[in-house]
Design a protein around this ligand. Structure first.
Ligand code: AR6
Length: 181
């Protein structure tokens, strides 16, 4: 599914983030940038050791922030590593931290002149964020950013399962009326 927001495209696809040919792909990292399972493991495996070398030099990334490294052997030139919150029930600022992870990633892309970016569904694997709630925050935050920042030509969500795709699609359809305002 694809929608246009001012001059930018917001797209949902089912697939593997490591295969994307956008200028940057976003990693669902941990605050130590130590690598791990899920998206993080897949990106480091596909991208090669250069990405971890740069992560070690950077040293870490607080929850809700983002840092950037090379894309190594990936098609994407850059990896933006961001850290979503661990879900503890929703009353520990998780929603704002998740929104901040998306915003920080987009801001870093804008600063680096990267116009196309692909996101996984941050925090919805090992970090336990309920998919529907996370999808609402993710889509609203990215839509709001695109409205104000035409420099980002394409923001793509790469959903790893049909269930995740359907959850994002339902949320995007529900907020479509707000996008034209
Ligand atoms: N492409 C796209 N999406 C994927 C892929 C892939 N190749 N692999 C998994 N997903 P997770 P988190 C989906 O656990 O919840 C790591 O160990 C997956 O189905 O990768 O933010 C880090 O080091 C899920 O919907 O990230 C951290 O310690 C979503 O991506 C921690 O996990 C996010 O799942 C971060 O946890």
């Amino acid at each position: 599914m694809q929608v246009t927001i001012n001059n930018s495209i917001l797209e949902l696809v089912e697939g593997d983030i490591t295969k994307q040919d956008t200028g940057a792909i976003v990693n669902a990292a941990n605050s130590g940038l130590r690598g791990g399972g899920g998206v993080d493991g897949a990106i480091h495996r596909a991208g090669g050791p250069q990405i971890m070398e740069e992560c070690r030099k950077i040293g870490g990334c607080p929850t809700g922030s983002a840092v950037i490294t090379t894309g190594g052997n990936l098609k994407a030139r850059y990896v933006i590593h961001t850290v979503g919150p661990v879900y503890h029930g929703g009353d520990r600022g998780e929603a704002e931290l998740l929104a901040s992870a998306y915003r920080s990633s987009l801001k870093l892309a804008s600063e680096k002149g990267i116009s196309t970016i692909a996101f996984p569904s941050l925090s919805t694997g090992a970090y336990g964020y309920p998919l529907d709630e996370a999808a609402k925050i993710a889509l609203k935050t990215v839509c709001d950013y695109l409205k104000e920042h035409p420099d980002i030509a394409l923001a793509r969500f790469v959903l790893f399962s049909a269930d995740a795709y359907r959850a994002y699609e339902a949320v995007l359809r529900s907020i479509l009326p707000q996008l034209s305002t």
